[in-house]
Design a protein around this ligand. Structure first.
Ligand code: N01
Length: 566
């Protein structure tokens, strides 16, 4: 069986890609390992899961009609509602008949003679496609640390990213949670409401800002919908790809009392925009120290037990690891049945049949939740044997760190596209905006290839190398590169330490993508008899031409402009 395109994954990226492919009249098949669409929102059903970009912005922008008709119920939508939205997209745009569920792609091999991809699945499918599009997600491959004795534990062990669909009832149980990242911070307060006893094993203390989540009123929704395109345009022009007011002033330019007032106000607004209180918080350590100090004082003011409060106070750069957004996280440690165990110096030694042992002490548990995160950015690629030209696999090529031009494609792997791939803003932007921009760029490319009768497109290594060098250079400008986060692969032993997403800001990146296209796919080799490096005539990417005031794409320019990225 042959298709114009095979798409791997039916999360938001796969769904939108499929919609666009069908819109262009191309044949396409989507393979999805899960039993339903929705990707990350299909798998992450842990208690308290919700987005931390405001719902009215954490949604597709390509259909004004969809924007007008869909109603979000809360400021930050809960997981079931986001999953319902993904299902609505699949139904509304008649996508389901092209999606094969419960089927994992195991291999994709480029046939250099026929210029097509041969795709294999764990259910024995073997199909061919001109284009192979990876919509595999940035945070999808779960991290299961190799804890000794895990198999001997008598109770269930859950992972937040693979939560049972029927839910879990912790009533009356002694529960252990490993990890204190976003998934833990969201789930701990809810698990604590059910469990008889909750023990949290913390390796690195986390900064978290209150969400102040609330129901959205019809008046609020109506006001946004009155000019939704304006909000979308403002969002696209922001480094994060979503809109919130931020203050470009340097933190140390104002007296301490003024700064305190500003932080208090930002705290009251809550959420990720807290990082926008000043323009240089992720660039100047002295500025960052002021917000870190404020956040630690907040923790101390919330948590009553002084020793627990100190353990909960992070010492690293504020916002260096992904900032968490919570509802009652620190307050949970005031409950008498909740305790915190520090595993920063003495790691978890082993699971025993009855619990977890740390530093010679056994903590008795009936169930364990691993909120231990993901092999971010590249983990999902590692699960598929992807073979390009000359038998080179993507895993071999990316052994020392991922290499992709603009994060959309990798040299030696023709006609293979990577939606929100490493080297693009992806996880540093609002994911759905990042997905839409990538898909629109890829579709302009695919349409152009069809129009000129081209057979292949692939990055030229020199341009790819230059892009990766730029991605690295820009990352050094930010304090984000200074800690052991999943952004640099440091959460998992043995992974190469490379800053993977592009931190130069969403509009800067969009501008670069637009330039590459306007210059006739500069940096790409186009193969085929009528192949030409020229700009496409009709462009979906036109809608990404937000008014940008950033002309020069260089680390110095970005540093000078203090691009705050949350
Ligand atoms: O994973 P994480 P996550 N022993 O990697 C700890 C997005 N997301 O699933 O920090 C003990 O952040 C680890 O410790 P350390 C969001 O982008 C979004 O929570 O490595 N502990 C850490 O505390 C987020 O950033 C939303 O020292 C171990 C935790 O496990 C990303 O997904 C909600 C350990 C893992 O935290 C990932 O979040 C949820 C070990 N061996 C997630 N190994 C929203 O939109 C790991 N840890 C709101």
């Amino acid at each position: 069986m042959a298709f114009d395109a095979v798409v791997v994954g039916a999360g938001f990226a796969g769904l939108y890609m499929l919609y666009r492919l069908r819109d262009l009249g191309l044949t396409a098949r989507v393979y999805e390992a899960g039993g339903g669409v929705g990707g990350t929102w299909y798998w992450n059903r842990y208690p308290g899961a919700r987005c931390d970009v405001e719902s009215m912005q954490y949604s597709f922008s390509f259909s004004e009609e969809l924007d007008q008709q869909w109603d979000w119920s809360e400021k930050y939508a809960p997981q079931p509602e986001i999953l319902a939205y993904a299902n609505h997209i699949a139904d509304r745009f008649d996508l389901r008949r092209h999606i094969v569920l419960n089927t994992r792609v195991t291999a994709a091999t480029f046939d250099e003679t026929a210029n097509c991809w041969c795709i294999e699945t764990d259910r024995g499918d073997q199909v061919k496609a001109k284009f192979c599009i990876m919509a595999v997600g940035c945070l999808s491959a779960t991290n299961h640390p190799a804890f000794a004795g895990r198999e001997h534990f008598r109770g269930p062990i859950y992972h937040t990213g693979e939560w049972p669909h029927e839910g879990v009832d912790f009533t009356g149980l002694r529960v252990g949670v490993i990890g204190t990242g976003s998934s833990a911070v969201q789930s701990i307060p809810i698990i604590a409401q059910q469990a008889a006893a909750l023990t949290v094993f913390q390796r690195t203390a986390t900064y978290s800002v209150p969400a102040w989540n609330e129901k959205l009123t019809p008046e609020y929704r109506k006001a946004i919908k009155a000019d939704y395109p304006a909000l979308r345009a403002k969002a696209r022009a922001r480094p994060t790809g979503f809109y919130f007011p931020f203050n470009m002033q340097p933190a140390l330019d104002v007296p301490p009392e003024e700064r305190e007032r500003q932080y208090e106000e930002a705290w009251k607004r809550g959420g990720l925009p807290f990082l926008g209180a000043y323009g240089d918080l992720l660039f100047e350590k002295a500025a960052n120290d002021t917000i870190a100090d404020f956040a630690r004082r907040k923790i101390r003011s919330i948590v009553k037990d002084a020793a627990t409060a100190e353990l909960l106070c992070p010492s690293n750069v504020f916002g260096c690891k992904r900032l968490c957004v919570d509802t009652g996280y620190f307050e949970t440690y005031n409950l008498p049945h909740v305790r915190l165990v520090d595993v920063s110096k003495m790691p978890i030694e082993r699971f025993t049949p009855l619990g977890i042992e740390v530093n010679g002490t056994e903590y008795p548990l009936d169930a364990v939740v691993c909120a231990t995160g993901f092999a971010a950015m590249t983990g999902s690629f590692d699960k598929i044997r992807i073979t390009g030209r000359n038998g080179l696999t993507l895993a071999e090529k990316w052994r020392a760190g991922p290499r992709a031009y603009l994060g959309v494609a990798s040299a030696g792997f023709p006609n293979l596209f990577t939606i929100t791939g490493p080297g693009s803003p992806s996880v540093l932007a609002s994911m759905i905006q990042a997905i839409e921009q990538h898909v629109d760029w890829m579709m302009d490319c695919i349409a152009h290839m069809r129009d000129i009768g081209a057979s292949t497109i692939e990055p030229i290594e020199k341009y790819e190398d230059e892009w990766i060098e730029h991605v690295n250079e820009v990352s050094k400008v930010s304090l984000r590169s200074t800690c052991s986060s999943w952004y640099v692969g440091a959460n998992i032993p043995g992974r190469p330490r490379v800053f993977m997403p592009y931190i130069g800001g969403f509009p800067v990146y969009v501008q670069k993508c637009n330039e590459v296209m306007t210059n006739g796919f500069e940096g790409f080799a186009i193969g085929g008899s009528n192949a030409k490096n020229e700009a496409p005539r009709v462009r979906l990417t036109e809608r990404w031409r937000a008014p940008l005031d950033i002309e020069v794409i260089s680390p110095a320019a970005i540093a000078a402009r203090r691009v705050p990225v949350v």
